[in-house]
Design a protein around this ligand. Sequence first.
Ligand code: SF4
Length: 747
Amino acid sequence: MAKKKSAKGAKKAGQRWVKSTCPYCGVGCGVEVGVEAGKVVQIRGDKSHPANFGKLCPKPTGLPEALASEDRLTHPLRRNDSGELERVSWDDALEEISDRLEGTLEEHGPEAAAFYISGQLLTEDYYAVNKLAKGFLGTNNVDSNSRLCMSSAVAGYKGAFGTDGPPTAYSDIGHAGCIILWGSNAADCHPITFGRIKQRKRDDQEDTTLSVIVIDPRRTPTAEMADLHLPIKPGTDLALANAMLGVLLDEGLVDRRFIEHHTNGFEETAEVAREWSVERAAEVCGLEAEDIVWAARAFGKAPAALIFWTMGVNQSTVGTLKNRAIINLCLATGNIGKPGAGPFSFTGQPNAMGGREVGGLANLLPGYRTSENPEHRREVEEAWNLAPGSIPEAWGLPATEMFRALDDGDIKFLWVAATNPAASFPDLDRARRALRNAEFVVVQDAYPTETTLLADLVLPAAQWGEKAGAMTNSERRVSLVEKVVEPPGEARADWEIFAGVARALGFERNFAWEDSAAVYDEYKELTRDTPVDVTGLSHERLRRGARQWPVPDVPFREERPSGKLQRREPEEEHPGTHRLYTDKKFNTPDSRARFEPTPHSDLHEPSSEEYPLTLSNGRVKNQWHMMSRTGRSETLMKGLEDGPFVEIHPEAAEEAGIEDGKPTRIVSARGSFKARAVVTEGIEPGTVFAPFHWGDLWTGDGSLNNATHGAACPTSKQPELKGAAVRLEPAKQLETEEGELSTTANK
Ligand code: SF4
């Protein structure tokens, strides 16, 4: 009998497969985790998950190597008098934190304590830290690294619709006649959704033609697939959006009926748009006038159109207005609440959406509540058994202001969890100085990072696969991440660590959760009857499938053809909500969506004689953030052996004396960073592009953020990471030695 071939991914003896969710980008792909002898040994796509139907990009396949990395943090470490980090017990670590917190609150007040957290935390982790800080310590100084990637989208949605939240679903790709990808290199950053768009393009039929337009200063792999690529000059998006709205108006492509019945503020918005003729916009944006007209027509004439966007739009001092401009285009054409239509932000991090839902930014409370709203504060105080007035009204410090306050000595206690600001923060020298000189810094992570090296106390955190909890992806779909293996050494789940400190502070009864499912159950009660209602979910329910919120726990009611509302049987659970605003009623006081005029303004730091180029940054396909996890996978590091690189147009290279492949220094008014030059015509001549992945531990030269600045959008407080004025100059030598990963004192 012929020997049967073993199929790829087939079950080996002793191996089990557990469904879970990818821990990287906001696409939120379902994965199946192969576990053998207490270790994660393989990852494959979950064919039943609606975000990816079994497909995966390379990143999660490196997880087994990353989890098994020998340099995981396994015990709490405290800096001793000689500056070395030495092992301490959990009891001592928790006692030290609670003593420090009590001392800080007593001496300097709650505003002197701050928490800088991450879009990679699970919903339960977010909930625990928010409850502790905002409720029980009385400080709203809780902000997340999502401030650096998505806060402009939050402000954009709230301004236009009354509440945050993308109204769309991935399946809308199948119904759209036009898709714009604005400031998004989805091919590298959101590859699975990009694959879906590409497939849709391939499947195009005569009667369902799809136009794809990409707006990006670089000819990225995303732009290569487009019908039209608009290589826009950085910072000129509002001029383009206004000109497009002008074309829609001139050519009668706006949906007057929708505007009249369901929106406010259109005329004021149109007035500003009319100031931008296509010729004027073409001049400012560095584009061809006819291309702007083509884009506007393709968008306006499509029966349904989608606009995807991400950091290229959000990371801007006018980030909120850019979001509003995109939403204006959708509202003007009635592209909302119907198949194939709407504004659709790609979230960068796997659970940035969950953070927004739980209140993980400095003015938010669970269930899309805000601290400014007295009724919202009252509801949360009641749920947490707190006296009225316990939760402060004023905004806490958003991330960039938090680090300024740390640098100025106003923050005395900082707790960083699951993020690495000593490599990823704009105006890096200042952020590192602030961490180095800070009175007391706790850093909670799974690996040694540039930030743990500056900590006074390092706490070992369980990471993906070692703790359970929920995440929400870019289409509002909540999925479960399963605990499949034990964390190494004494590492603990983030929510457990926050709860442990709360108990050490005397709040035992309020933080007595037995497991993360109990944390989720408490959180979901706070979402009841809010726009982000997930009372119909639980860890158990999520094991049966991911769902898009709102998912209330009331029996689902649906309209039958007879017109009568019919109650389903209670055991038939609410299926979740595919698309928001299908009834054209928005979460504003008058139920109408709001237009906003979007006047153009220049970059905060325009190019000059000394710094003639604009630095943009982004990712490469196989890496994630500062590579603390993906960098530990040899497989994923293949092709990156030459270290950091910077792309420059041949004209700009010649001007600056830069040669292809040669060491180059990217210099701004704040600092510099070395990278290998890649001379390419695939970038607009005034822009240079470099990936931001390499930090000090890789280069010994800081990171690209030595050159970026921290000026932020006044509404969203999101910094303009993609707009620093720089020059490039030849560097004498390119040092590519890998930094030592150690716990040596560095503070
Ligand atoms: Fe993970 Fe994003 Fe890749 Fe999907 S597209 S596998 S969520 S990194």
